[in-house]
Design a protein around this ligand. Structure first.
Ligand code: PMP
Length: 360
């Protein structure tokens, strides 16, 4: 028996399960399981990436200055209060690592993003799961769960996998209701799919105990690029910057992200197309008697009559080469999360579900 033992809590971590990419024996596979952008990504980002590959013999810029400047300019934020990471996952990891440890509690919610408990345990802290109300974040339940051990609260807004949205007033009520030493993480991975939403940036400006995180993986269509960022007070950014590896992002990555954030025409087109087909998808599901809350993200959560029906529908979709996401691990065993694809993808997934429901 090896004497090399992991830190307490590490072996309690369940491995993250990502959206499946293939179906055995199927060629025309439609992947609607990872909330990826069906329209790909900006041509300007592709060109910038390729140009930057010329300099791979050089170490990359370590302070991400040009990337932070571009993000700051487009979103109207102070670049000095932005930190960039390998996906927003890495920024969330910095937060858990810097602000929690053994003996501390991190609050997550009933259907919260599955990385939160993983990051809590990796930091040695204890995740505490709080109930939601009808798949919506319940501010009072969170405030009621705070103890003197609580250090961090993680919420995603819009939330994954429910797609629900917490209004600004409620986010502020949560931030102000927390003890001053508890950090609220407002994870805005799906911000851009909500028209006119700032992702919580103004809440950060009003409440010093809030950090907003964002990603290039969703509306920008750059999940494979692995870039995310956070915006918080100067003090919090200063703390997080101490654990960031100096060369965590490569030049091609940063060059592509700069071009992507500047390509507002592409982003706006994706937002509008997503809104259109998201609503179409939801209406089609509701008309078939499948439950579906209003979604503010780039996916919908289809609620079936039972876990068995959800499983059978998932199998019928796979049989047709369509991969959606089972979310039993999110306390939603009767649900399937379906990424909003383009028109053809939405029509194809609805055709299969309608056939499954015996409506065609
Ligand atoms: N937060 C939420 C709510 C997410 O759904 C995701 C992606 N699944 C992430 C963060 C992480 O995204 P990334 O690391 O690609 O930026």
């Amino acid at each position: 028996m090896s004497q090399i033992t992991p830190q307490p809590g590490i072996m309690d971590i369940s491995l993250y399960v990502s959206g499946q990419a293939t179906v055995a024996g199927k060629e025309d596979v439609l992947k609607l399981s990872s909330n990826e952008n069906p329209y790909g990504f900006s041509d300007a980002a592709r060109e910038a990436y390729i140009r930057a590959v010329q300099n791979l013999h050089r170490y990359p810029n370590t302070d991400h200055g040009p990337l932070r400047a571009a993000i700051g300019e487009i979103h109207g934020l102070d670049p000095a209060r932005i930190i960039c990471g390998v996906g927003s996952d890495e920024v969330l990891q910095f937060v858990a690592q810097c602000f929690s440890g053994p003996g501390d509690e991190i609050i997550t919610t009933e259907h919260g993003f599955s990385m939160y408990p993983i990051l809590a345990k990796a930091a040695g802290a204890t995740p505490v799961e709080v109930p939601e109300k009808d798949r919506r974040i319940d501010v009072d339940a969170i405030l009621g769960a705070v103890t003197d051990k609580t250090r961090i609260v993680f919420i995603a807004n819009p939330a994954n996998p429910t797609g629900t949205f917490l209004e600004r007033d409620e986010v502020v009520r949560l931030a102000r209701g927390l003890p001053e030493n508890v950090l609220l993480v407002h994870d805005g991975a799906y911000t851009e799919f909500v028209e006119g939403f700032d992702g919580g940036a103004s809440v950060v400006d009003d409440c010093p105990n809030v950090i907003m995180t964002r990603t290039f993986s969703k509306i920008y269509g750059l999940g494979g690029l692995r870039i995310g960022w956070g915006y918080a007070s100067q003090e919090i950014i200063d703390v997080l910057s101490r654990v960031r590896q100096p060369f965590n992002l490569s030049e091609p990555q940063m060059a592509a992200a700069i071009a992507a954030v500047r390509d507002v025409v592409f982003t706006e087109r994706c937002r509008a197309d997503n809104a259109r087909w998201r609503d179409w998808l939801r209406n089609a599901l509701v008309q078939m008697g499948v439950g579906c809350d209003e979604s503010f993200a780039n996916f919908v959560l289809a609620r079936f009559d039972s876990p068995e029906e959800a499983e059978a529908c998932d199998a019928a979709l796979k049989e047709d080469g369509i991969i959606v996401r089972r979310v039993a691990g999110y306390n939603l065993p009767d649900c399937l999360r379906i990424t909003v694809g383009d028109e053809a993808a939405c029509r194809r997934v609805i055709h299969v579900i309608a056939t499954f429901k015996g409506m065609r």
